[in-house]
Design a protein around this ligand. Sequence first.
Ligand SMILES: [Fe+2]
Length: 309
Amino acid sequence: MAMTGVLRPGHVAIRVLDLEEGINHYKNVLGLIETGRDKQGRVYFKTWDERDHNSVIIREADQAGIDFFAFKVADKATLDKLDADLNAYGVKTERIPAGEMLETGERVRFEIPSGHQIELYADKTDVGNGMAYVNPDPWTQDAERGIAPIRLDHCLLYGPDIEKVQDIFVNVLGFYLVEHVVLEDGETDLGIWLSCSTKAHDIAFVRHPEPGKLHHISFLLDSWEKVLRAADIMSMNKVSIDIGPTRHGITRGTTIYAFDPSGNRFETFCGGYQSYPDWKPIKWTWDEVGAGIFYHDRALNERFLSVVS
Ligand SMILES: [Fe+2]
């Protein structure tokens, strides 16, 4: 598909209870590269293979959770158009000036009906992935430290009114529905998996009474072997593992869920299939939701539905 409009997840801002503990986790256990600190006390990271300056930003706060999740758009004209389209749809937006976040251009921020802050931006400094743009090597030594994911891949957010959220993402931002899980009534969605690309999901939502909650942020690995290696590294570092290694029925990814020291869930996964916007969405029925979420256990663990930050 042509890559226009919204390109991909760009950054996530996460609250941690203890900054030093958070830095140690994201840098040494997850294996991200620290790229800067700002006057507000925020610490910026990127994965080894990402080229833009930052994708994960943490700050210390009294409560864990997510501040905002952002998507990079094709260019400034796209940013202005999507801002106008959101306003015309009835979504209020706010412009955050360039430079408020390190090495990041102007951002358009808005709240969606699930209570989450979403951002769009067009510019972020290309700091490269440590390899040349001419005749590059395939990887660098940074690809070996900690879990070392390839990229920030997607997030799953919990909140109310996910039909309204879907309408905004599909009809204003150009995403499409890839998979969904319906409740016992056979009609109401429990969860929706949305893509702006050929990935099986760039963002997902699960219906939840409390607004603005984070279920997990997810990082891509390039093999099942790397997923097992990630589990080893988690255990070596006494990381609290939620579930896995296992496989999702939904999106087919092989996965581990675990928690950062503040209780923010994160996923390290590989695989899943390539999707296209003309494909019919896949439906999971309530009686098979266990297999949809955890394909091997074929049962939901209670934590999946109830523990969020
Ligand atoms: Fe995920």
